[in-house]
Design a binder for this molecule. Structure first.
Ligand code: SF4
Ligand code: SF4
Length: 190
């Protein structure tokens, strides 16, 4: 296995290196910082988390496992951002669009499939983390609150590993489970 060492002064090249070598199973990337080598996130250098996540994903050579890592990472990213910004303003089972009648539904946000409540919505919330569901913002959020849809092209980890087909796939596969998502992705995108 060949090792590519990334340091602070060439961290900006990480995306380029990954895009060029993401299908090469013989290269491993390491981040050198203060004389130490890192291949995944480390509490002592939290400020470099987003780069180390990308490096860790690159070093996973099994296609399904890498996709699973990216999937989980993206869901966590959206959850944290949504929690921080509270865009949907949920209160007692209703979101802001439900309360203002800007949604066709009166409660439970937009977790409906063909007019029926999604089977994955429980008293504890959604039990099926799906990145497409998390990417979606309704027209109230888009047009009134001016919250743009999440864009996987602007998130480092997905911008490193996905091509246009992959980005389109991530924004158009609502409701399905993680294993269905991964199977379908491998089948349709590669
Ligand atoms: S995206 Fe819109 S409709 Fe869906 S939960 Fe958020 S505010 Fe409600
Ligand atoms: S799978 Fe999607 S639509 Fe269903 S509960 Fe989860 S977030 Fe809502």
């Amino acid at each position: 296995m060949n090792e590519v060492i990334i340091e602070l002064d060439n961290l900006k090249d990480l995306k380029k290196i990954i895009r060029k070598n993401k299908d090469n199973d013989n290269i491993k990337i390491l981040f050198k910082y203060n004389g130490k080598l890192y291949e995944k996130k480390d509490e002592s250098i939290k400020e470099y988390d987003k780069y180390l996540e990308v490096i860790e994903a690159f070093n996973i050579k099994d296609k399904r496992k890498r996709l699973s890592y990216i999937y989980d990472n993206l869901c966590t990213y959206f959850d944290n951002d949504m929690k921080k910004n509270n865009y949907c303003e949920f209160k007692n089972g209703t979101c802001i669009a439900n309360r203002l009648k800007r949604s066709v539904h009166a409660y439970n946000g937009c977790c409906y499939k063909r007019g029926k409540l999604c089977e994955f919505l429980t008293d504890k919330g959604c039990i099926n983390p799906n990145p497409t569901c998390k990417i979606f913002m309704c027209s109230y959020l888009n047009k009134v609150k001016k919250v743009p849809n999440y864009d996987t092209r602007k998130i480092l980890i997905t911008s490193c590993f996905l091509d246009l087909k992959g980005h389109n796939f991530f924004k158009s596969n609502y409701f399905i489970t993680k294993s269905e998502f991964i199977d379908k992705y491998i089948n349709k995108v590669g």
